[in-house]
Write a protein that binds this ligand. Structure first.
Ligand code: SAM
Ligand code: SF4
Length: 329
């Protein structure tokens, strides 16, 4: 699938549910209205849609959400999709999780061919963790990370940099990742969805974080490419990688190889734009995948050049109305 700017779209991220057992302050408001269950695709329909994308050239697929591991029976989808790993059509099946269910699922994930996962952790202070996630328990997540590591999964920690919240803790988190054998990626907050608070208060530019880290650690740029937007550095003191995702201070769109599917079958060709394609209608219209393939081709033909995020003014509306939990980050 080649888009109008010559980019090869080979990476699909699928939000399998918009629901979550946490309510992170930068991601959701306390009282969320979730999608009606009737609008959500069944796991069989999600499998058919994902498989159509794999037929069309998708080689990497990431399950996300909401929290992917709280969707009922999610392991049956993982198991079914793993058939494409066996044929070699899919090179990687992975997921992004908040870690709360990993003690339960780590071994199964490995059984179904998953080799690495991303786990989101913004602080190692249990009280602060509760404040950020509103509903989460740090100890449970740390136990999940240990279970995943013991099961043989490679883990990358995703940490959203939050002004005045975890900004003083980032260096110690980088060191902790080193001790635990984990890579890490720092993320800037993106203006997605009403969160019932002020985003300008949360926003911490990673240029500032990196400058501060440079005073204590030796970071050197490396040419590690995952097909994602992160720029990677090697941390001499820990021997691990540290990535920076800077949608606001650095535009990462030139090399974008991905599209995002929601659990209702809506395809977003860009995380930062509203244009979307409805794939549920062609999916349900026929047992043949022909109409679906045509709809996918049309959508890829509209993939925009890039996003226009800005968080500059107090009181500004979010750049987009939908929450990150809908498109899955
Ligand atoms: N629930 C899973 C998790 O937290 O890892 C998967 C979905 S979550 C939406 C995916 C990633 O997006 C997480 O690392 C989260 O920290 C990040 N995220 C959520 N809202 C964000 C925002 N407004 N700006 C930047 N990152 C955000
Ligand atoms: Fe849930 Fe992940 Fe959003 Fe936190 S970031 S509320 S864990 S979907």
């Amino acid at each position: 699938m080649i888009d109008p700017f010559g980019r090869n779209v080979s990476y699909l991220r699928v939000s399998v549910t918009d629901r979550c057992d946490f309510r992170c302050v930068y991601c959701m408001s306390e009282n969320m209205t979730f999608l009606p269950k009737a609008d959500v695709l069944s796991l069989e329909e999600l499998d058919r849609l994902c498989s159509a994308f794999i037929d069309k050239g998708v080689q990497k697929l990431r399950l996300t959400g909401g929290e992917p591991l709280v969707r009922r029976n999610i392991m049956s989808l993982v198991k079914n999709l793993s058939r494409h790993l066996k044929t070699g059509a899919l090179k990687e099946l992975t997921l992004t999780t908040n870690g709360s269910q990993l003690t339960k699922y780590a071994t199964k994930l490995v059984d179904y061919g998953i080799k690495r996962i991303n786990v989101s952790v913004d602080t190692l202070d249990a009280d602060k963790f509760r404040e950020i996630t509103r509903w989460g328990e740090l100890e449970k997540v740390l136990a999940g990370i240990r279970a995943a590591r013991d099961a043989g999964l490679a883990i990358k920690i995703n940490t959203v940099a939050l002004k005045d919240v975890n900004e003083g803790e980032i260096e110690s988190m980088v060191r902790w990742c080193g001790e635990e054998g984990l890579d890490m990626t720092l993320i800037e907050t993106m203006p997605l969805g009403d969160i019932g608070g002020e985003r300008a208060d949360q926003y911490l530019p990673l240029s500032k974080v990196r400058a501060r880290l440079n005073e204590a650690l030796t970071l050197s740029d490396i040419d590690h490419k995952t097909g994602g937007p992160a720029r990677y550095t090697a941390v001499k003191e820990t021997g691990r990688m540290l990535g920076f995702i800077t949608p606001l201070t650095h535009n990462f769109c030139e090399g974008c190889n991905r599209v995002r599917l929601t659990c209702t079958g809506t395809l977003y060709m860009c995380l930062g734009q509203d244009d979307a394609a409805d794939l549920r209608t062609p999916l349900r219209a026929s047992e043949s995948d022909d109409g679906l393939h045509t709809a996918i081709d049309e959508a890829i033909g509209r993939k925009p050049k890039g996003h226009d995020f800005v968080i500059d003014r107090k009181g500004a509306a979010p750049a987009l109305e939908r929450h990150m939990s809908v498109t899955g980050g």
